[in-house]
Design a protein around this ligand. Structure first.
Ligand code: AMP
Ligand code: MG
Length: 454
C-alpha cells in the first residue's frame, strides 16, 4: 500500500528551544586584554589598586591651603612647580602663605587641600621666575615669585581623591560582554590578561555544483551556463564577523557525498561550530543532510544527534540541526547547522536559530533573539499557510518615538537586495498579515537611522 510522507512543520519557538538545549559555553581561556573586546568575561574582575592611585589635580593651576584664600584676592608665594608624573615629595610641602604651581594629573603636594584654577590667578608683577623645588639659587636666596589668587578656594575643590573612580577591592568589570570602555577600566587596574569565553571559530561551507567562487585576487571568473556566484559564503562570513565570531572559510564544495563528507570532517576538526548552506531540501543532490546523518550514526557518541526539520517559518523552512563530536581529542559536541541554500533563507535561519546558539558558545545566556515593538507604516499582507513569516523590513524612528516598519523590498528568498536594505525581520503570524497602523514585533539585526529633523 503506498504510504504518504507527511511534513510536520515545527514552530520556530520549539526549534529555538531545541537548538539552545544542546548549547554549552566554550571553556574559559586567558587572553590579552586588547584581544578581548566583545568576548564574555567569565567572572567579575576585582581591582587590587585604587584608581586613581593617588590624589591629584583635576585642573591646571595652583595647589593652595584653602584657609589662606579666605578674603580673596590674596597673594601667595610660589614655592615650586609640579607636573604630571612627578612625585609630590620631590617638590616639598605647601606651607602657610604658599602655593605650588600644579598641572592636571600631578599629585597633590603635602599641606595643600584645594586647587586655584590658573584662569582665576594673576602673576604678581616684579616677582621672579617660579623656582623649581624649594631650594634657593647659588648666590643667596632669590626673590620667590608670587601669584594672586582671585577667588576663595574651598577645601577639596578640583582634587581627585585616590580611589575616587574605583577603590581597591571593588568590582571593576562584572562578568559579561566586554565593552570598549571596559577595556579601559581593565587597563586602569593593570588587568592586561583576562579570563573569557573565547570567540567561537565558526566554519562556513557552501555547497552546490552551480556555485562559482571569486578568485583570491578578487577577480570574478565568467559564468558558464547554469552557474551562479557564491554569495552565501561572503555574506555569512561578514555576518559572523559583525557579530563578533571568528569565521573559518571552508570554501565551496560540490554536490557529491565525498566532497560534503570531506568538508564536514575538516570542519569538525577546525571549528567550534559549523554553518553550511544548501543541500538540505528535497532535491536529488541534497547531500548535506545525508552526510550529517551518516556522520552522527558513525560517531555513536553520547548526545550526537541530527534533526531534519521543517521550521514553520517563511523563508528558511528547511534546516538540519545537528550535534557531532569534534574531530580531535575530547568529547565536545559541535553544533552543525545545515542552513538552506537560498541567500535570504540562510541569513534568516542564522538570525533566528543559529545566532542564539553561537552566542551561548561565546558565553552569553541562552535566549531566543530579542525583539523590538514597532508599528506597520504600510500594509504588510501575506496569505495563510501555517507558517510565521519573517518579513524583511526597514525600521525607522518616528516622530512619536515609536519604530515604524516598511517592507525592505521583494520578499522572495533569492532577493538578497531586500535583505541588504532591511535592518529587521518583522514577525508576521499566520493569517492575512498586518494593515498599516498595526503593531508588530521585529528581530532587529541592523542599526536604525536617527530621526531626520527638518
Ligand atoms: P539548495 O538548498 O542547495 O537547493 O539551494 C537553493 C537555492 O539557493 C538554489 O537556487 C541555489 O542555487 C541557491 N544557492 C545555494 N547556495 C548558494 C550560494 N552559496 N550562493 C548563492 N546562491 C545559492
Ligand atoms: Mg544545492
Amino acid at each position: 500500500m503506498p504510504g504518504h510522507v507527511y511534513e510536520i512543520l515545527v514552530p520556530l519557538a520549539d526549534v529555538q528551544r531545541l537548538a539552545l538545549s544542546g548549547a554549552r559555553p566554550l571553556p574559559v581561556v586567558r587572553i590579552l586584554l586588547d584581544d578581548a573586546l566583545g568576548c564574555v568575561l567569565a567572572a567579575d574582575v576585582v581591582g587590587r589598586e585604587d584608581v586613581p592611585p593617588f590624589a591629584n589635580s583635576a585642573m591646571d593651576g595652583y595647589a593652595v591651603r584653602a584657609a589662606d584664600t579666605e578674603g580673596a584676592p590674596v597673594e601667595l608665594e610660589v614655592v615650586g612647580v609640579l607636573g604630571a608624573g612627578v612625585a609630590a615629595a620631590s617638590v616639598g610641602a605647601v606651607g602657610p602663605g604658599q602655593a605650588i604651581q600644579i598641572m592636571t594629573g600631578a599629585p597633590i603636594p603635602e599641606g595643600a587641600d584645594g586647587i586655584a584654577i590658573v584662569e582665576r590667578t594673576e602673576a604678581v608683577a616684579g616677582a621672579g621666575e617660579p623656582a623649581v623645588g624649594s631650594e634657593g639659587g647659588a648666590g643667596g636666596l632669590p626673590e620667590r615669585p608670587r601669584v594672586r589668587i582671585l577667588d576663595v578656594v574651598s577645601a577639596g575643590v578640583h582634587i581627585r581623591a585616590a580611589g575616587s573612580d574605583l577603590p581597591a577591592g571593588a568590582v571593576a568589570v562584572p562578568a559579561g560582554a566586554i565593552l570598549p570602555a571596559d577595556v579601559g577600566v581593565l587597563a586602569s587596574i593593570g588587568a592586561g590578561i583576562v579570563s573569557v569565553h573565547p570567540r567561537p571559530r565558526v566554519g562556513v561551507m557552501t555547497t552546490g555544483d552551480e556555485l562559482v567562487e571569486l578568485a583570491p585576487d578578487g577577480s570574478a571568473p565568467a559564468l558558464e551556463p547554469g552557474q551562479i556566484r557564491d554569495s552565501n559564503r561572503h555574506a555569512m562570513i561578514a555576518t559572523l564577523r559583525r557579530d563578533g565570531f571568528g569565521p573559518v572559510d571552508l570554501g565551496v564544495v560540490g554536490d557529491t557525498e565525498e566532497a560534503v563528507t570531506a568538508g564536514l570532517k575538516r570542519a569538525l576538526r577546525e571549528c567550534d561550530a559549523v554553518l553550511t548552506t544548501g543541500g538540505v531540501s528535497k532535491g536529488e543532490f541534497d547531500y548535506v543532510k545525508v552526510v550529517l546523518a551518516k556522520l552522527a550514526s558513525a560517531a555513536g557518541a553520547a548526545g550526537a544527534a541530527v534533526h531534519e526539520l521543517s521550521v514553520a517559518i517563511r523563508p528558511a523552512k528547511p534546516l538540519v540541526l545537528s550535534w557531532l563530536p569534534a574531530g580531535g581529542a575530547g568529547a565536545r559536541l559541535i553544533p552543525v547547522f545545515g542552513l538552506p541554500g537560498n541567500p535570504v533563507s540562510s541569513l534568516v535561519s542564522y538570525q533566528a536559530i543559529a545566532l542564539p546558539v553561537l552566542r551561548v558558545l561565546a558565553g552569553h545566556a541562552p535566549a531566543p533573539p530579542p525583539t523590538v515593538p514597532a508599528v506597520a507604516l504600510e500594509d504588510l499582507r501575506r496569505r495563510p499557510d501555517g507558517k510565521t513569516h519573517l518579513l524583511r523590513v526597514n525600521l525607522s524612528w518616528q516622530a512619536d518615538g515609536r519604530l515604524g516598519a516598511r517592507s525592505a523590498g521583494g520578499q522572495m528568498s533569492h532577493q538578497l537586495t531586500a535583505m541588504a536594505f532591511a535592518n529587521a525581520l518583522a514577525i508576521v503570524p499566520d493569517g492575512d498579515g498586518l494593515g498599516a497602523g498595526e503593531r508588530l514585533e521585529a528581530i532587529l539585526f541592523g542599526s536604525v537611522e536617527p530621526l531626520r529633523v527638518s
